[in-house]
Design a binder for this molecule. Sequence first.
Ligand code: MTE
Length: 327
Amino acid sequence: MPIKIKKGWELPEHRATPEDIYMNRRRFLAAGSGLIAAGALSACDGEDNMIAAQAEQSADPSADLYPVPRNELFTLDRPLTAEEDAITYNNYYEFGSSKSIWRKAQALPIRPWTVTIEGLVERPFEIGIEDLLARMPLEERLYRHRCVEAWAMAVPWSGFALSHLVDLAKPLSSAKYLRFVSFENPEVADGQRASWYPWPYVEGLTVEEARNDLAFVVTGLYGKPVPKQNGAPLRLALPWKYGFKSAKGLVTIEFTDKRPLSFWEELQGSEYGFWANVNPEVPHPRWSQASERLLGTDERVPTQLYNGYGAFVADLYKGMQGERLYM
Ligand code: MTE
């Protein structure tokens, strides 16, 4: 994401589960955790790498869980983005600031993977990814995704409503926000060796936002486990907000009474704020947000308020005064 850093560096642009799925899930659970320790890909180029990356995806121990039933409530106004485009054009600064990080991201070990729920909850706990996947009602949703950089895609995410995780966490009434923290492992993620970034990647939501029907935790993409470059094993999809809010590689969710300071806000608060709701009429300080470029076709289409999801979320922000809701 293009940012201006004070010291003058300028980074480049950039439900009900059908029986077969239930049975697959049981098989998967019986197989136990940590079946495959995902490792770095061997050095090979181009198509070989793509095939290797896809092989790694199907080697993901959760592969048997997919596909999951589609929730038809969420519909698109445009064709799906080609899978190849969505999985090879990414933002994942842990692996560098270019869009071509998908090969490097294969080095991230995603088993074992534990998520910590902490802060203002009845009882803090840790949960392994297999246990979490088994407890959550997995579904597929077709969502638009709008990056603050003005590129956009439309993809079939699999996962579960964030509200289910909030229910599992049992937050205290004093909890007002969720603070999401991504993994930190500079040994495999060389972008994290860049000391000017405030690692780990952090994002935040209000509890009301997190309970909104649209807020989704992603575990799959195109009917398969979500690829590492797209945030495996666990990321957010918040389609009414700019894409940077949808943090990848989540390891901690803290419930807090203080508004979290997110990664990008800490880096450049005048350009990237807490709310970051999509609005075509509020330009980024350095470019227009009036239209967006579709990945794959490069077609430009008008941006929509809340990325077209106002019917789901507009009420969340009614009557809020003095907040920078759209950046
Ligand atoms: N999460 C982490 N941990 N690190 C990142 O750099 N980039 C964000 C978001 N989540 C990012 C992240 C940005 S700017 C965008 S647009 C989306 O991931 C991109 O998701 P995609 O690569 O799956 O399209």
